[in-house]
Ligand binder design. Structure first.
Ligand SMILES: [Fe+2]
Ligand SMILES: [Fe+2]
Length: 156
């Protein structure tokens, strides 16, 4: 690995530590208020930081491996697991769609609608993963990146 690449990798490592520290601080601040909504928002930021940490770890991994070795066609066991996730996400989405109209409370509806938009995204992601891993041929790298761009930009 060239010095530039090593430096870049170290910078990614520093970002990981930074996100972990943010999680600690956010949890700490959550303990200082009893406001339900503020606590929820702080917690969501902490979850985002954990997500960023994992994204950064994925970058570190990608930096170590040539691109073509990253994505392979998956075996039967994994394909079955993904089929199950497609159903689980569908059930979650339908479950929330059923209860969202049962309340008049705007605050509650707002939160439930936010969950519904997440569940729609989760279901679409799982359906697309299923399509990709069930293809008989080796999935091309570009297809994965196209997929990631369209469906799994969870920061949206
Ligand atoms: Fe972050
Ligand atoms: Fe979900």
């Amino acid at each position: 690995m060239s010095t530039d690449k090593q430096k870049f990798k170290m910078m990614i490592g520093e970002r990981v530590e930074n996100e972990k520290e943010a999680v600690r601080l956010l949890h700490d601040s959550m303990g200082k208020t009893n406001n339900t909504v503020i606590r929820l928002l702080l917690y969501q930021l902490a979850l985002d930081s954990t997500k960023h940490e994992h994204m950064l770890r994925a970058i570190s991994k990608l930096l170590e491996t040539p691109s073509k070795e990253q994505f392979r066609w998956e075996g039967e066991e994994f394909r079955k697991a993904i089929e199950n996730h497609v159903e689980v996400e569908r059930e979650m989405l339908e479950g929330f769609e059923k209860i969202v109209d049962k309340t008049e409370d705007k605050r509650v509806r707002f939160i439930l609608e936010d969950i519904i938009s997440d569940e729609k995204k989760h279901h679409a992601i799982m359906k697309r993963v299923h399509e990709l891993v069930c293809e008989g041929e080796k999935v091309k790298d570009e297809k994965w990146w196209d997929f990631l761009f369209r469906y799994s930009r969870l920061t949206g």
